[in-house]
Write a protein of this length. Structure first.
Length: 379
């Protein structure tokens, strides 16, 4: 079976651990085990834990903690996966067949778009609009969703724009999906990373056909744990668990254990506050840097996640630009091309502040050299 290349993940997989400055990361600088849990007794417990197969859908304790975050959910409505990406993968594989119609709200993390297109589903795009501060075009969504639509896919808070849907927009999406009985797949992995501290409400339990995916990689700053989850009604979870048997069987034993620390009430508050304070501290650094470039950049202020989706005003293709940055400055940034939109860059600003500033200074040098080169060519 042929899958379309997932361009953004290919770029990140190849370079993110090799470059000096990784601004392709969509989360904050990650936590260490020590940051997460400093208690020496717990460290000993971790070191003496037998590396058996973990309970394959996640330990009951972990699923119980996850369920408590969703109104009306119990541990039977939760499947723990290896990252949010496996949660999305298992959902698509278990819910959709070739030929099914899916409506995807874009731009979005490219996984579901790439998978559904590769697997022969009929995929329609509906766009967030920059002129509406990256709110969805609800009239276009209403027109795109037909009696053939099986699923509407949304990412909230959104990657790459950092936009958060309003209550009214969430209700409108539900009303459009419910008109035809379509499922809503809501990827909520950036929930909890809002700079203003207002946690984005979940789609869960607002409509009887909602599947939520989430995980610890973004708002919790723990991507290396590879812990994600699906929350859906019990009957679907039973089916998804059996699909999970074919993918990775189970989440890692130590990851499950550490995830229980991250999702304990105190652990959760600490992880989320850390992420939010990094975003609050770093956003002004990015903003100042952008403001120092006159009218070169345009940005709708992101509300969540350490990501900014920046439009730049230079006649240079975004992939060419990021390659130049990569090879000349060892700075990795995601090009708008990977979201199907040229002349944008997704800049991750969750690095330690001095590191972020240095990376931005490098981008500045490249942009200035391009600007004078292009100016010379057009003069
Ligand atoms: C919206 C969204 N969902 C899922 C993922 C994948 O998450 P994970 O690293 O937990 O597999 C990402 C990663 O960037 C993402 O942005």
């Amino acid at each position: 079976m042929r899958l379309d290349q997932f361009e953004m993940e290919r770029l990140q997989s190849t370079w993110e651990n090799r470059v000096k400055f990784n601004l392709s990361e969509s989360s904050v600088h990650p936590m260490s085990i020590r940051d997460l849990a400093s208690d020496p007794t717990f460290h000993n417990q971790l070191l003496s834990t037998p590396l058996h197969y973990n309970q394959s859908n996640g330990t009951d304790e972990l699923r119980d903690m996850i369920a408590s975050l969703y109104p009306g959910a119990t541990l039977d409505d939760v499947e723990v996966t290896n990252g949010g990406s496996e949660a999305n993968f298992v959902t698509v594989f278990s819910m959709l067949d070739p030929g099914d119609e899916v409506v995807v709200i874009l731009p979005n993390y490219g996984q579901i778009w790439g998978l559904t297109n590769s697997l022969g589903m009929t995929v329609k795009a509906v766009h967030l609009r920059e002129d509406l501060a990256w709110a969805p075009d609800l009239a276009a969504l209403d027109a795109a969703v037909t009696s053939r639509t099986k699923m509407v896919v949304v990412c909230n808070p959104n990657n790459p724009t950092g936009a958060v849907l309003s209550e009214a927009e969430m209700e409108a999406i539900i009303s459009i999906a419910s008109r035809v009985g379509a499922w809503i797949l809501a990827d909520e992995i950036y929930q909890g990373s809002e700079r203003d501290g207002h946690t984005t409400p979940t789609f869960y339990d607002r409509y009887d056909r909602v599947i939520v995916t989430n995980g610890l990689s973004k708002a919790y700053g723990l991507p290396g744990l590879r812990i994600g989850w699906i929350v859906a009604e019990k009957e679907l979870i039973v089916k998804m668990w059996s699909y999970h048997d074919y993918t990775t069987i189970a989440p890692g034993t130590l990851s499950d254990m550490l995830a229980r620390v991250a999702l304990s009430p105190a652990g959760r508050a600490r992880c989320l506050e850390r992420t939010r304070s990094i975003c609050r501290q770093n956003y002004p650094i990015l903003r100042r840097w952008m403001d120092g470039h006159g009218s070169m950049f345009r940005l709708v202020e992101p509300r969540a996640g350490a990501i900014a989706y920046v439009h730049y005003d230079l006649p240079v293709n975004s992939t060419s630009l990021i390659r130049k940055l990569l090879h000349e400055k060892s700075v990795l940034v995601v090009p708008g091309d990977h979201f199907g939109m040229d002349r944008y860059l997704r800049i991750g600003y969750g690095l330690p502040p001095e590191h972020l500033q240095q990376a931005l200074d490098h981008i500045h040098e490249t942009l200035e050299s391009l600007r004078s080169l292009l100016g010379a060519q057009t003069a």
